[in-house]
Design a protein around this ligand. Sequence first.
Ligand code: AHR
Length: 523
Amino acid sequence: MRRLATGLALALAAAPLSAQAQAQLRAAGEGAVVTVEADQPGAQVHPDVFGQFMEHLGTGIYGGVWVGEDSPIPNDGGYRTDVLQALKDINVPMVRWPGGCFADEYHWRDGIGPREDRPVKINTNWGGVNEDNSFGTHEFMGFAQRLGARTYVSVNLGSGTPAEASQWVEYMTAPAGTTALARERAANGHEDAWTVDYLGIGNELWGCGGNMRAEYAADLTNRFVTFTKPGTGEMLKIASGPSDSNYEWTETMMKISGKLIDGLALHFYTRPRDATWEDKGPALGFPESEWASTLDHTMEMDEFITRHSAIMDKYDPEQRVMLAVDEWGTWYDPAPGTNPGFLQQQNSLRDAMVAALNINIFTKHAERVKMAAIAQMVNVLQAMLLTDGPRMVKTPTYHVFDMYEPWQGATALPVDVTAPMYEKDDVSIPAVNVSAVRGTDGQVHLALVNIDPNNAHPVTIALDGVNPAGATGRILTARAMDAHNDFENPEVVTPTAFTGARVSRGTVTATLPAKSIVVLQLR
Ligand code: AHR
């Protein structure tokens, strides 16, 4: 008898299959069976779930985004035009800056005024290199404005003061001409207030942000929240939250700060080998066992969100406080020959799978996860884009963000999956993973991920409440598990048209090739 996962790894509670789905399952033979309740009202997948994180780290900003006006690399006011265009093309909705660990050592006054007068410091967190502060508040805001993205600024709680944080907020948001700081902003070239959509109240306060106990961190959070008031616009305050399964941190933060904050951050990095941080496993050239362990580990995100949300529900039953997964993605051993402090790594089809699985998980938890930021946008960890001097390449992860664009602002639809298991060594996970949304275009969109690197899987999707005439789609796949794009071969992993979906009487059938991501639009 074949092994099946029912009710799914992806369901909060295993729901019994409908009679229709059971009939489909019998008809589907060895395949996966999916039911989508397309007529159900659901939570909005907030566009900011597709947010990006940019930190002063390696070439994530300097070289990757910012080259300065005098650079021979084509730029718009100092920002690389190739990078800007690529990010605009995937509609980046929100950007988080300046860190990360960097945020709790950052003093905002170092990054304003004439660039030649800004102090050079050492980036003690990341590679011990010089930080010349040429990318500061005005440069970040100019970047976000060019992208049309919302802004997420993290203030320095770890080594700064509430006064410093409050003055930075005033500098950014006080209406034109109203205060001395607003006039200083104007003197530095920007008359009007900016909107700070999210304010991060420190970062990883249990670690690089100050190695605090949760009680102390929560008290400090309350102090900083009290004194950071926007001059204009709504500014949501995001507290430094837990990493992975640190449920005690969530309990304490929600108990002490839950009434004052608008969001709690969750950080979770996926590593192929997660026993130690010293040996995470390579980004390329890995065995199938590390394909399997990576995808198995990344699916822990579902359990982490479920359990942190359950704690939050105790203190915030109305779900006013969001869980903001503002650092997520893969973290491998540094690319050979690079500065280990720069966290540079290649990005393969495996990363695309990680991205798709996490977006499916965020879709499932759309009522609580209202914002997220993949780490990081360019050249660092699970990046969208890699650059080398004037060259730029789009990673497989970039293409996943592109394919999932209809999820931004869409309505999450309840999904039930019964799938054969993918098994490798001690890993056993459902081979097919699915999310479904009703897009802002009114259409139903399906994301179907076949995790199994060796076998195609037929899938039968029963749709409740819609009867589409057809489906169009795109597929991302490649021959090798570690297939990737580089400067010489930039299109090894790139989406192509998927024409294999058949639609008949409210049912979609397709065969998902091994290790593939298929996104369908029903019409
Ligand atoms: O993204 C790299 C680092 O990972 C961030 O600076 C920190 O917040 C986390 O530990």
